[in-house]
Design a protein around this ligand. Structure first.
Ligand SMILES: Cc1ncc(COP(=O)(O)O)c(C=O)c1O
Length: 379
């Protein structure tokens, strides 16, 4: 198998699984329990909270564990707007956010909030002037993803937050965390969302960064875990796995993934009919993301043929691709119509090899050659 769908999800590695195992069968106590077993588990959760805090430049009390990136996004948007209605009822976001931001925004609109969806340029970038112009007296929250999940565009968050530091700023960092620097003060964000399964932790664990003093209304009520902001017994083994996966991502992994990305893009560019979608300048593109279109074939046809050879990629966003045939992100960046349907996203991980990249290129070339009209004439 050649797995190249790492923007969708990543493999849990044996070391992460091994670290988790103990917390299923031995250290399985409820972290809220008053006995020693409970306290030792609770202390372990605190260790992971401190590890995350150290990575992103905040304090442990500013980290709230959730079940996913989607839950984190819901908590940040609904939680902040519900708690801060007196500041205004206007949310600014972009048209290229993940479904968990767009659907939450639509829900908030139904609740009576006003939402502005900023447009982006052909590389997927938000224009700081457009953000400035969209701000009104009523603006309560701005939510712009750090890196786009389909085309890898890295937004200039530190510039965007400087426009109005007095307005709360949330960033969806699900794709960017551990793939580039992330420091809450350098970026100037008040809220951020993260998800473990994008960096070799299991699916079903995420967290929120909430700056001290920033008010959130909990979205899940119950036993008041997670500083009263997210009730529910903590998913201890998954939090342990999350911590282990964070420890195992290194600077050299990023250099490696960037090299693979550069090589893959260079190879794709030699194929006629291929268009690379998203930023040309790789310093402004997530090192794990390659998104391209082939003008003469449906993305789904390419995906299915690759899949039949054990090569796994996606078309646009995996979450939406079952439901929508056209990517809202490609539409927003004005991808020409002849390219919009032939879309493929390749997601690189630190475990991807150059041989896998080469296998993918060879198979892709075979597929397009097999579908070429010239081949039919020759036959
Ligand atoms: C940018 C972005 N935000 C949020 C999510 C949702 O995260 P989760 O799958 O943990 O709910 C994803 C997942 O694809 C994502 O790519």
């Amino acid at each position: 198998m050649v797995y190249l769908d790492n923007n969708s999800t990543t493999q849990v590695v044996p070391s992460v699984l091994q670290a988790m195992e103990l917390y299923f069968i031995d250290q399985f106590a409820n972290p809220s329990a008053l006995h020693n077993l409970g306290s030792s588990v609770s202390e372990k959760i605190q260790d992971i909270r401190r590890l995350i805090a150290e990575r992103i430049g905040c304090t442990a009390e500013e980290i709230i564990f959730t079940s996913s990136g989607s839950e984190a996004n819901n908590l940040c948007l609904k939680g902040y707007l519900h708690a801060n209605k007196s500041k205004g009822k206007h949310l600014i976001t972009t048209g290229i956010e993940h479904a968990s931001i767009l659907s939450t925004s639509a829900y908030l609109e139904r609740e009576g909030f006003k939402v502005t969806y900023l447009e982006v340029d052909n590389g997927g970038f938000v224009d700081p002037k457009a953000l400035e112009a969209a701000i009104t007296e009523e603006t309560c929250l701005i939510s712009i993803a750090h890196a786009n999940n389909e085309i890898g565009t890295i937004q200039p968050i530190e510039r965007l937050t400087r426009i109005r530091p007095d307005i709360a700023f949330h960033t969806d960092a699900v794709q960017s965390f551990l793939k580039m620097d992330f420091n809450v003060d350098a970026l100037g964000v008040d809220l951020a969302s993260f998800s473990g399964h994008k960096f070799h932790a299991p699916k079903g664990i995420g967290f929120v960064y909430k700056r001290k003093g920033c008010q959130l209304t909990p979205q899940i009520h119950g036993g008041q875990q997670e500083m009263h902001l997210r009730s529910g017994t903590e998913n201890v083994p998954y939090i342990i796995g999350l911590g282990k996966a964070i420890e195992e991502m290194s600077e050299s992994d990023l250099v490696y993934m960037r090299r693979l990305q550069r090589e893959l893009i260079a190879k794709l560019k030699t194929i006629s009919g291929v268009r690379i979608n998203g930023p040309e300048d790789l310093s402004k593109r997530l090192c794990t993301n390659v998104n391209f279109s082939y003008e003469a074939l449906e993305g789904e046809v390419i995906l299915n043929e690759l899949s039949s050879h054990g090569i796994y990629v996606s078309t646009g966003s995996a979450c939406s691709s079952k439901y929508s045939r056209v990517s809202h992100v490609l539409q927003s960046i004005n991808c020409p119509t002849r390219f919009i349907h032939g879309n493929i996203r390749v997601g690189i991980s630190k475990f991807t090899t150059i041989e896998e990249v080469d296998t993918f290129i060879v198979k892709f070339k075979n597929i397009i050659a097999a579908h070429s009209p010239f081949r039919l004439v020759a036959c």
